[in-house]
Design a protein around this ligand. Structure first.
Ligand code: NAP
Length: 584
């Protein structure tokens, strides 16, 4: 007969499920840093549905999503589930695991009690009309990440998963190694194999950002296995050896270049030319490490804001930049001329479906995918591992924790089918880019976005605006416009046509950009109509100041023409908002 509760590491007889289990729980009352949010508790082992499986967890993988779960931002995952009808007032996280099947629902056909498994983290309702009609479950409104958006993840003695999530554990891997790779490797698999005509194929060149990181280390191996050629991007030469052992044909140290970040404005001749020089030198470096003048057919992206302009530029004509995150920021800039003229594809990608996860796992079973485990922890250290992530002090690569396994290095029951290297990262490899929140998931649904409340003190544009419009004609020279600006102490002048219509604005930025790459004489010879920003961004005097600020920042502008009764009446500028901050 089953005991009420088994000690950690004391394995119940196969198939015997006790009523209670040890688990690390997050509760809303202690949302905060991982060290506060995670607490050990004893809870009931959950019942399973007909399509579900109860797995005795041997080891669990660590991912950033449970740092968010513990913080309770951007989403209170417990509250969200309670709203959806799930009663539990706690969250058990963990979206990667290795373990042994202890119980199966009556409709589960792919695993049986006693099977050693790893689990992918994609859950969805098998009754969803989209899924039933053969649609990709990744697009189903019921799709959830197990152990983050769902409860009963792997930081517990037993985890509740859907049968379709279970995949055979590679026999040659330890429990902690097997728990470390699925989330990142399946994500990388979909990015590289999931986009039909752009799927990686033999002979392709693939540029992999963060080649020594969790995703990148998987991507290098997947690209190599496809018979294609990976080039690894890293932040130091000390990681070259690691990436070469994983299959990179060559490596590039991103710190040799300094053209990263958002694109300069296309009107900024000097800035754009400098950027172009930087990105061309980078392209030449790709040729150098490749040993031939070829552009990457695929660019494997996740840093986002700082690298996307470069990725789009260096990607081959007809190639694909595939992106699953924006670690450095979400406002990626694209020079659309390169996108459309050279017919490149910028493709978003998120996790993977059941079929793709299994295709990835087949590679692991064949011994062709090293899990790239960078650090393993004990069960008691689950909050510590997350705290390291929260503080950005964790090692690159993939981390795991022991749960049921009684020691490190256990669980491997067979020889690897082939011998592949198990490279280790340099000891002092540290993160230089903080992980912003939220990363890739979850985006609030439309309903949640409606419910978001913001504070606004009710100030309106008319409370701060300057009355009166300072204008010039379209044919005024820059010299005249500059004088108006200086004499009237304004940062922009509205361009009015002969019939008194505002047709554009010349701002100081427009003036400065006009001077870029031209002589003073050339610049002075230009007319207001040549350099103005056409059209006139306006707001009504009664508009809330906060909405006017969003309008300005959204359009990268520093001022708006204010209208009253649809007639231009004045100007509101960023400077006015700054003055309000200091109470002037
Ligand atoms: P990781 O192990 O921390 O690796 C990230 C890599 O990015 C690092 O190895 C680093 O390499 C590189 N990097 C850091 N700052 C950079 C910068 N400014 N420019 C270029 N490269 C930079 O993280 P990961 O597990 O690979 O995950 C990467 C991102 O994907 C994260 O944002 C994660 O949340 C997201 N993700 C998304 C999904 C999904 O399904 N959508 C799934 C898994 C992960 P160097 O410093 O050596 O260049």
């Amino acid at each position: 007969m089953a005991k009420e509760l088994y000690n950690l590491g004391e394995m119940p007889p196969l198939g015997v499920v006790p009523p209670k289990m040890h688990a690390w729980l997050i509760r809303a009352g202690r949302f905060g840093t991982p060290m506060e949010a995670f607490q050990k508790e004893v809870v009931d082992v959950p019942p399973i549905a007909d399509d579900e499986v109860l797995v005795y967890v041997m080891a669990a993988g660590i991912n950033y999503n449970n740092v968010w779960a513990g913080l309770g931002i951007p989403v209170n995952v417990i509250g969200a589930r309670n709203k959806g009808g799930e009663p539990e007032d706690f969250h058990i996280g963990g979206s990667d695991a290795s373990g042994i099947v202890y119980k199966v629902g009556k409709d589960v056909t792919n695993v049986k009690v006693g099977d050693e498994v790893v689990m992918h983290c994609g859950q969805y309702s098998r009754n969803c009309a989209w899924v039933k009609s053969g649609g990709d479950p990744m697009y189903s409104p019921t799709f959830r990440i197990w152990g983050y958006e769902t409860n009963w993840g792997s930081f517990a003695q037993f985890t509740k998963v859907q049968g379709q999530q279970c995949m055979p554990k590679p026999k040659h891997m330890t429990w902690e190694g097997a728990a470390a790779y699925t989330l990142v490797a399946a994500t990388a698999w979909r990015m590289l194999h999931g986009w039909d005509t752009h799927a990686v194929k033999k002979g392709d060149v693939v540029l992999v950002w963060g080649g020594a990181g969790g995703l990148g280390s998987m991507a290098l191996q997947i690209v190599k296995a496809a018979g294609a050629t990976p080039i690894a991007m890293v932040s130091g030469e000390d990681k070259f050896d690691y990436c070469m052992k994983l299959g990179a044909k060559g490596c590039i140290n991103r710190n040799e270049f300094d053209h990263w970040g958002m694109l300069p404005h296309w009107k900024d001749n000097v800035g754009y030319a400098k950027w172009m020089k930087g990105v061309r030198a980078f392209g030449a470096k790709i040729w150098e490490v490749l040993g031939e003048k070829r552009a990457p057919n695929i660019v494997f992206e996740h840093p986002g804001e700082t690298t996307i302009p470069t990725s789009i530029f260096v990607c081959d004509t007809g190639g694909m930049v595939v992106v699953c995150a924006g670690t450095t920021g979400y406002n990626a800039t694209v020079d659309l001329r390169y996108l459309w003229m050279r017919q490149k594809r910028l493709q978003g990608s998120h996790f993977a479906n059941t079929e793709q996860s299994n295709q990835m796992n087949a590679l692991a079973l064949r011994g062709l995918l090293d899990p790239c485990l960078s650090r393993a922890f004990t069960y008691d250290e689950i909050p510590v591992a997350h705290q390291l992530m929260y503080e950005n002090k964790h090692p690159h690569g993939n981390m795991a924790v022991l749960v049921g396994a009684t020691g490190f290095g256990l669980g491997a029951s067979g020889k690897p089918p082939v011998t592949i290297p198990h490279p280790t990262l340099p000891q002092d490899d540290v993160h230089t880019t903080p992980h912003p929140y939220p990363m890739s998931e979850p985006l609030p649904s439309v309903a949640e976005a409606e419910a978001i409340t913001i504070t606004d003190d009710g100030t309106r544009v008319k409370d701060l605006m300057h009355h009166g419009i300072i204008s010039c004609t379209p044919d005024d020279t820059l010299g005249i416009v500059a004088k108006i600006m200086v004499n009237k102490e304004v940062h922009a002048v509205v361009v009015m046509d002969a019939s008194g219509r505002a047709i554009g604005v010349v701002s100081q930025t427009d003036m400065v950009l006009a001077r870029q790459g031209r002589t003073s004489e050339e610049a002075r010879g230009l007319l207001a109509k040549d350099i103005m920003t056409p059209g006139c961004a306006t707001c009504d005097a009664s508009m809330l100041l906060s909405e006017a600020v969003s309008l300005m920042t959204g359009r990268r502008m520093h001022r708006l023409v204010v209208t009253e009764n649809n007639q231009p009446a004045g100007v509101i500028s960023m400077t006015d908002v700054v003055r309000k901050i200091i109470g002037e």
